[in-house]
Structures are given as C-alpha cells and as structure tokens.
Design a protein around this ligand. Sequence first.
Ligand SMILES: [Zn+2]
Ligand SMILES: [Zn+2]
Length: 163
Amino acid sequence: MATLSEFLSRLYTVATVFFCLLTLEAVILFRLVTGSITNSDNRGVISTSQYLQLIEEKNPAILYTEKLRQQSVIECAVCLSEFLEGESVRKLKCKHTFHKDCLDKWLQQYLATCPLCRTKVLPDEIVADYHQLQDQIDHYDGSDEEMIFLLSALHGNGLQRIF
Ligand SMILES: [Zn+2]
Ligand SMILES: [Zn+2]
C-alpha cells in the first residue's frame, strides 16, 4: 500500500506541475492572440508594415534617373553615397531626396521628419501610434522573458521534487 500511495502522491505532483505549466502557457498564448487582434483592429496602434505603407502612400518611391541628377539631386544625406541610376529613392515634400531603404530605416528608428530639414513626413498622431506599439512590443518581450524564466524555474523545481 505504501508504494501505491507514494505513486499516487508522485502522480499528483506531476499533474499539479503540468496544470501550472498549461495555465501559464495559456496565459502567454492568450496575450499573443489578444495582442495580434488589437493590431489588426487598428485601434490606436500601427504595425511596422502599416507604417511603411503610410510612408509609401505619402512619398511614393521612384527610380533615380539622369533627370534627377540634372535637378542637383546627387547624394543621399543618410548614407552619404551618390545616387546611382535605377536605385529606389523617395523625394519628400520638402524636395529632399534619399534612398528608399535609408529613409525608411531613418523614419522607423528616429523621428518621422526629413533628416536634412526636419520637415514632418507623417502626422504626429501616426508616429505616436507607431511608437506606442513599439513600446508595447518592448514591454511584451520583457514580461514574456519573465514568464519563460518562471516556467523553467517551475519546471526545474517540479523535476527536483519528483526525481
Ligand atoms: Zn542612402
Ligand atoms: Zn527636407
């Protein structure tokens, strides 16, 4: 009988540990799902692809041509290299022109303004919404790491108790 009750108690421990793990994993899954629903609902947050799409709508990428060179559009002020014919560039409303990739990176990492004259490229509220989402993602990363730490700690303790 002693072995049976010992077996049952071990079974109970295993069941408890698995239940805890399941609950925590369900919480993580729920947060991921609700996070993605918020994004697609577009309620005050903008994803990176939506943000880039807005930049494209306002300042469509064009190919660099000899005609632009004649208009004294020579060099990208972000990477400081000369434009080559056929490269994708964006000409902003302020008439400053940059490589498409250079400008997009700039607008994502820094302020949504022209790197040269600081003219706004996108309205403030769109930039605020975009950075709000980035902050949320940073926050998610932190807490999920905590969750994973918690999961592994729990798992480790459970194993020590069982074996
Ligand atoms: Zn460039
Ligand atoms: Zn400018």
